[in-house]
Design a binder for this molecule. Structure first.
Ligand code: ADP
Ligand code: GLC
Length: 479
């Protein structure tokens, strides 16, 4: 039996700000239980909903030296859907109203978390074969393991993997502060280790010290080795090519299922969507104050509102589309103030045509995935993207830019062969995006049979974890 420990800063159902939480919470369920004992460790944030916190069982606590003094490390556990989760407790670090806050404080918090992940192992009597780290928050796990913990026999056989979910976020700060906070020795802060462009870089440390590096789609692996997508680490990733691969994310097909999803009013499948999906649509239009009309093309957006997701393209052409096109938009998201205000302003100027929901709502996101006809995701870069996978599962055709995981998962409509599961464009250009949306409008209004066949194909696609969990298992075996 191989023992694997996932270390992550977020994880459904406990705490989520983006796709990382979906991955960390769902992938562990899909391993072969006879061969792999996969457990997960994350911080015990005070913002985890109380019902979950109340169910956690205290195991033990100890004190760990970090940033100048001994600090409390509590360990709690909770079994959920057959997976054992550990929570690291320290109220000084983890009592904010969101998991992330100020950059320097985040570095201190997640440096603490990374060291604690290693420190708790003897106490929980779990000696993993592999610690599987996710993103910069856990970048120091391999670094501490191969340095401060290297002399301890308990740790010598442990291997590490780091999965990059988003290369843009690296955990960067000035070297003197990071040295002082983490207590890592001077020799680590050189350009072949933690230093990058004069600063300390947590993710870089993880990439250098992990035994293997993965990311979440095959296209993104190739993209990040180029300067445009490489976020200044392209050469390092290139150098690690022989220990660096892409494994496509899946989604939890039990959680996201239009036949059973309790958050949607009318259930449907690939046979019944023609009658039922439109009822979800009208319910959504009613709920959001859009003009209720079964025939109007309704496009959904569920997203963090950042440059990554292509909102500047939308900004450039939305006025024109809302003035001239027979389309409606249902928007849900939070993020940069500029884009939040932009959608509020569109909603004010085009009532009945655009609904802006500037909040985080799991229930409304399901309503949008189920009730819309199309789903817009024109990302500048996209390591994998889960939203388009959820959209496909709910028969909502993605309109995407061909980058990263979007390119690997959405097959563009080909009117000559009658193939495809969505619409896509290649250049990061607002008018190219608009032309693609208009092409989708054209198919939707004038070739409805073709559209519906595309919905059938979209719903028949399998982006469950089955295939990808097997690839991770192979990688664990190989390591
Ligand atoms: P990223 O991780 O870059 O944000 P993904 O597409 O991988 O993008 O995952 C985003 C996840 O977060 C999806 O499950 C999506 O439905 C969800 N999500 C994003 N914004 C919101 C929101 N405002 N309300 C509810 N769910 C959201
Ligand atoms: C990141 C990426 C997204 C990916 C998710 C889960 O947040 O932006 O593309 O799907 O992580 O891997």
């Amino acid at each position: 039996m191989k023992k694997i420990l996932f270390a992550t800063s977020e994880c459904v159902p406990f705490i989520k700000t983006g796709g990382l939480a979906d991955v960390a919470g769902s992938l562990p369920k899909y391993f072969d239980k006879a061969r792999f004992d996969v457990r997960v460790v994350l911080p015990k944030y005070l913002c985890i909903p109380e019902p979950y916190r109340n169910q956690m069982e205290y195991i033990t606590h100890f004190y760990m030296y970090y940033n100048g003094r001994n600090r409390y490390v509590g360990i709690l556990k909770l079994e959920y859907q057959g997976v054992l989760f550990y929570f690291i407790d320290n109220e000084e670090y983890f009592s904010g109203s969101t998991p992330y806050s100020d950059p320097l404080y985040d570095l201190e918090k997640f440096g603490f978390f990374s060291k604690a992940v290693l420190s708790i192992l003897p106490s929980i009597e779990f000696q993993p074969d592999i610690i599987h780290c996710h993103d910069w928050h856990t970048g120091l796990v391999p670094v501490y393991l191969r340095n401060e913990f290297a002399a301890d026999l308990f740790y010598t056989s442990i291997k590490t993997i780091i999965t990059i979910h988003n290369l843009r976020f690296q955990g960067i700060w000035g070297i003197p502060d990071v040295k002082r906070i983490t207590g890592l020795p001077d020799y680590l802060f050189t350009p072949d280790k933690l230093e990058a462009y004069g600063d300390a870089n947590f993710l870089k440390g993880g990439i250098v010290y992990a035994d293997y590096v993965t990311t979440v789609s095959e296209t993104y692996v190739e993209e990040v080795k180029t300067p445009f997508y490489g976020e200044r680490l392209d050469k390092l990733l290139w150098a690690r090519s022989n220990c660096f691969c892409g494994i496509l994310n899946g989604i939890d097909y039990q959680e996201y299922d239009p036949e059973t999803d309790p958050a949607i009013p009318f259930h449907f499948n690939a046979e019944t969507f023609r009658k039922e999906k439109v009822r979800d649509k009208m319910e959504l239009q009613r709920e959001l104050g859009l003009e209720v009309n079964a025939k109007t093309l309704l496009i959904g957006i569920v997203s963090r509102m950042t440059d990554q997701k292509g909102f500047d393209l939308i900004e450039r052409v939305l006025d024109e589309m809302l003035s001239y096109d027979a389309v409606q938009f249902a928007v849900l998201g939070t993020g940069e103030r500029h884009y939040e205000d932009m959608f509020r302003s569109f909603a004010g100027r085009y009532p009945g045509k655009l609904s802006a929901n500037i909040c985080y709502s799991e229930a409304l996101s399901r309503g949008i995935y189920a009730g819309c006809d199309a789903f817009l995701m024109p990302s500048l870069f996209e390591p994998c993207g889960l939203s388009q996978l959820i959209a496909l599962r709910y028969g909502t055709l993605p309109i995407v830019r061909e980058t990263g995981g979007l390119k690997d998962t959405v097959e563009p409509y080909n009117e000559f062969t009658n193939n495809g599961t969505g619409f896509s464009f290649s250049n990061y250009n607002a008018h190219e995006m608009m032309a693609t949306i208009r092409y989708a409008e054209n198919v939707y209004y004038d070739k409805k049979r073709r559209w519906n066949q595309m919905v059938e194909r979209a719903m028949a696609k399998d982006f469950s974890w089955n295939a990808s969990a097997e690839k991770y298992q192979d990688l664990y075996d190989q390591l």
